[in-house]
Design a protein around this ligand. Sequence first.
Ligand SMILES: Cc1cc2nc3c(=O)[nH]c(=O)nc-3n(C[C@H](O)[C@H](O)[C@H](O)COP(=O)(O)O)c2cc1C
Length: 213
Amino acid sequence: MELIDVIRTTNACRYYKTDEVSDALVIEVLDAARWAPTGSNKQPVTWVVVKDAAKRRALHDLYQPLWDGVMQKYASGAIGAGFKPGFLEHVDHFAKHLKDVPVMIVVCAAVNDITPVDANLGRLTVTGGSSIYPAVQNLMLAARNEGLGSTLTTILCLAEPEVKALLDIPDELATCAMITLGWPAKPFPGRLHRKPLADIAFLDSYGTALPGA
Ligand SMILES: Cc1cc2nc3c(=O)[nH]c(=O)nc-3n(C[C@H](O)[C@H](O)[C@H](O)COP(=O)(O)O)c2cc1C
């Protein structure tokens, strides 16, 4: 595929076939991921590929109540608004069928190899993840290029102690995400739902229109 078409159609895949994903493809997407940039090239990210059915079920059992809690907040209007029609239904379906996705990849990071340069600005640090998620996106783009669907999830990080115990993840690592990987049961979107460029890109001063955007 053309790179730009991969970028424009890599969605969060909510519906998967249960067909196996070959080891060669899993290796291919992980290999794409490792070319991502990281601060000082420290490469803090490691991956645990979970194919074992019992462990996938265990991850599902940890994920489901966390998602149910978020879903309740969405449903009550406490968080979130303006979703696309069907969004919550699709995400709920994804959660309910998580154990059936053939591959789950738990993303880990060596916390000591991450330097959040904005840690002392008196607000939430956002650079803490900046040596982690470029690799995740590389993986998802490589998957899309092979016709595989994927979804980046972070809710499972709330169950980090349990996930680390289940997968024997060393103490010094943080869990950063869980990516699902499998063959999509529905076609990829022709176009993702994203803000117009003119709303998010500016020239020389924030808020000044960028010509051509
Ligand atoms: C940082 C991050 C965290 C996310 N966490 C979750 C999650 O825990 N569970 C989930 O179902 N989707 C999760 N998503 C997927 C988003 O809901 C999805 O990317 C977004 O709705 C856009 O979907 P689309 O690409 O299909 O348009 C996450 C995405 C990102 C970037």
